[in-house]
Design a binder for this molecule. Structure first.
Ligand code: ADP
Ligand code: MG
Length: 270
């Protein structure tokens, strides 16, 4: 078990209720006997924003997919809200690098799609009002009736945030959700994500390979290393909230980035 290690000891907030509890998790892909994850132990607490960072292939997406119930673990267990995760659940919201909106459905129809799949057309129709509220929340109030082809990359990702939020999930699992966007849009989306998480008291788990993005958003950063994929450090980020883009230029921010880059060692990247 890797204990969180504050950069500035003594400033940690009191512990909130555990939401995710992961114990002794491992994942071996049988086809090539590759150990993608070994001995992952992790607790996510209510309202926490936790990022996982590490070089390509160190098992970040595997961990997220197991947490989402999309892949079974080889050993160990994943509990969410006291119940084992054995498959996809409505209390888990997910977002990936690509927005994956269906081109033949309007924005609003895409947003209520998880409801349509689970509860049918009538329930999806009834959820359209809530979808519109969510669209307004992300500044897309006028785009409910357009098709995804008419949305920019940033707009499509904002729509997929709404699709993730429509079922009011307890946790948000985010796998490099903004990495395909240009830098300015990405900064904006990160600030939006922070605002949405704060407004909803959501617990978030973000996979990224941007150190600056992880530091900007997170309460804790899990540093992973590959072969076999494992968590080597759990770093607490005690910058004040709300975070702002200006903080990136402060000495304290630079100190944390430097610390994490050193932990990543040879595998350091931007
Ligand atoms: P990351 O998201 O950190 O880049 P992944 O979790 O995607 O890493 O992959 C971890 C390791 O597991 C990699 O070596 C990758 O090639 C391997 N892997 C991922 N998915 C599969 C799969 N479905 N079958 C076999 N190997 C896989
Ligand atoms: Mg990945």
């Amino acid at each position: 078990m890797v204990e969180p290690r504050p950069l500035h000891p003594g400033t940690a907030a009191p512990a909130a209720r555990p939401v995710y509890e992961i114990e002794r998790l491992s994942k071996t892909y049988a086809r090539n006997l590759l150990v993608a994850l070994t001995d992952v132990n992790l607790t996510l607490r209510q309202g926490e924003f936790v990022s996982v960072i590490g070089s390509s292939g160190c098992g970040k997406s595997t961990l997220l997919k197991i947490m989402a119930g999309l892949h079974p673990p080889t050993t160990g267990r994943v509990m969410l809200e006291g119940r084992p995760v054995t498959g996809p659940r409505p209390d888990i919201g997910m977002m990936f690098q690509q927005a994956t909106l269906l081109p033949w459905k309007t924005t609003i129809e895409n947003i209520v799609l998880p409801i349509e799949i689970r509860e049918g057309r009538a329930a999806a129709k009834a959820a359209q009002g809530r979808a519109l509220d969510l669209l307004r929340l992300v500044g897309l109030g006028d785009f409910g009736n357009v098709y995804p082809g008419e949305l920019s990359g940033g707009m499509a990702q904002r729509a997929s945030i709404c699709r993730m939020l429509i079922a009011d999930p307890a946790v948000l699992l985010l796998d490099e959700p903004f990495s395909a966007l240009d830098e300015l849009t990405r900064d904006f989306m990160n600030m939006e994500l922070q605002r949405i998480c704060r407004e909803r008291g959501a617990t978030a788990f973000l996979v990224t390979h941007s150190i600056a993005e992880a530091v900007l958003l997170s309460d804790r950063i899990l540093v992973m290393k590959p072969r076999p994929g494992r968590i080597v450090e759990d770093v607490m980020i005690d910058l004040p909230r709300p975070r702002t883009l200006e903080m990136v230029n402060t000495p304290q921010f630079g100190e944390i980035v430097e610390h994490i880059r050193n932990l990543l060692g040879q595998e350091a990247f931007s």
